[in-house]
Design a protein. Structure first.
Length: 236
């Protein structure tokens, strides 16, 4: 007898019977049986609709001037730093430029990164005070503590406080000489922000900022540093 040629007697895997589905008799039973697939399908349709709204929206392809290399605040725009590109924008956006020739030689008021669309308010000139009340002027201020500048960004509202006296011959006193004035410009030392803070050509420690104030306050503000310590207090 040949013991090496015995037929295989390995058991076969058991057959698992498929569950039998009872036929659907009513519409409510049909909805109960397929409620999860239906809910998922409706959710996907709703998501597709939302994505379609956001992707198409009211935006259109427009050819506008964008920055091709970083431009520091206060510097003049050169032809090599800008170009025309097609980007998706609101068709009602009238703050953009459509010709590089319009911008060459103009001075930037805010630091712009490569890829940014240039808008009118980014330029030094009337745009810096666009939307402000009549009689508003841009006033440079030298803060006594330059480190304070790192807390500021354009658009931030501040109270300007003047502190006089030395505590010996003259009593120390503080008074607010301007309330809730918006910051228009900060130097490069405070420029690491997503808000696009204005960047100077080089970092400075002088603590100079520019604020928008009524013309009646300009003399008091611009000469404040000669009378005492000038501070900026952040307000809502």
């Amino acid at each position: 007898m040949n013991y090496f040629s015995r037929p295989s007697t390995a058991p076969r895997p058991p057959t698992i019977p498929r569950p039998k589905l009872r036929p659907v008799r009513t519409r409510s039973e049909l909805l109960r049986r397929y409620r999860k697939p239906l809910a998922m399908a409706f959710a996907l349709l709703a998501l597709a609709g939302v994505l379609n709204v956001f992707s198409s929206g009211q935006l259109t392809q427009r050819e506008v001037v964008i920055v091709t290399s970083d431009i520091a605040a206060g510097s003049e725009i050169s032809a090599t730093q800008i170009s025309l590109q097609r980007v998706r924008l609101d068709p009602q956006d009238e703050e953009v430029f459509h010709s590089p020739e319009q911008l060459v030689g103009q001075r930037i008021a805010v630091g712009l990164s490569a890829g940014t669309v240039i808008r009118k308010y980014a330029l030094v000139g009337e745009q810096l005070l666009a939307g402000t009340a009549e009689g508003t002027v841009a006033v440079p201020l030298r803060l006594s503590d330059p480190a304070t500048v790192t807390l500021l960004h354009p658009g931030q509202l501040v109270d300007i406080v003047l502190t006089t006296g030395d505590g010996f011959d003259r009593e120390i006193a503080s008074r607010t000489i301007a309330q809730s004035v918006p910051v228009l410009w900060v130097p490069h030392s405070a420029a690491d922000s997503e808000f696009g803070m204005l960047s100077g050509a080089a970092p400075t420690g002088e603590g100079i900022i520019v604020v928008a104030a009524a013309s009646s306050l300009s003399d008091d503000l611009s000469g404040a540093v000669s009378r005492g310590k000038v501070s900026a207090v952040l307000v809502n």
